[in-house]
Design a protein around this ligand. Sequence first.
Ligand code: SAH
Length: 347
Amino acid sequence: MRKLIDQLARTSFLTSVELLDLLDHMNEADIKYLHERAIAVKKDHYGDTVYMRGLIEFTNYCTNDCLYCGIRKSNRNAERYRLTKEQILECCEMGNTLGYRTFVLQGGDDPYYTDERIVDLITAIKTANPDCAITLSIGEKSYESYKKYQDAGVDRYLLRHETNSRQLYESLHPDMSYDNRIRCLTDIKEIGLQVGAGFMVGLPGQTNTDFVNDLMFLKDLNPHMVGIGPFMPQKNTPLKDAESGTAAKTYVLLSLVRLLLPKVLLPATTALGSIDPKGRENGLKSGANVVMPNLSPTNVRDKYLLYDGKICTGDEAAHCRGCIEKRINSAGFVVDMGRGDHVSYKE
Ligand code: SAH
């Protein structure tokens, strides 16, 4: 196993057979070694720094019906909200004061937010915060829409592929197509936005072979960012009784992604911090180098409930900023409040 890990760390590549061998057969000591190699590779490119992004969850209306997600359209129990342009600008102002230089605007696929409204919003945020990067995460759009967002000033776009196994993807996403999801990712990349893909860990029926597909897909796409988090059930969804993914498996996959894509921007996600109280610290110790504290107004935070048990739903933005910084330091890393672009990214 160690030979394979060394080879992966040295060449940033393994075949799918070798990756499956690792996932199937690593023991605890091998996994510890894997995490050490992943931290070392992260250090080569980013030193001890961890980038901070201010997350604004600006709408939980959604036209999609993803079986796992608490804001799916069929969830009649979800209390819907939508922040106004003014509220979003206030979040950014607060974030800017706290030192953030990246804002991540995430939401359900909400038809109220037409391209025109998004462009207007982005223009306003960029005018008020010219030195800040904007990441958008609002789902599947046309090439033309992504291009409009970029022209308005969007720097990055997050769209997890969720799972690269077509059958599993299509069983979890009624009326959505795997091919369209992948088309979106290639369009975003072609346009020249920094692109983020990623997947959930521990979806019902997901196997190590599925994870190998995810890893090979990511190696091939070569995105700037990869979001990985454990699946966690939400009580008003069809998957309410399914078992969650595990933190331990997520750490392994974070390390494998770090070694396959050495320069990738890799967050220790909120879902990871929700499933394990030390999830974000351990994520950083597995090779992650980004955290995304919540900047949303406190009165809407408990409504953006993708899964049960989400952390930080009652905290103020300033509290999150301080809490996360302490956690990052305790894990042996330091906060970098810059824009935190991918090291190879040139305007
Ligand atoms: N509408 C946007 C944002 C979706 S929510 C889009 O389609 O990209 C952001 C991410 O949360 C999803 O991509 C998914 O990976 C994750 N997520 C949703 N429900 C979840 C759950 N029950 N457990 C863990 N992660 C979940």
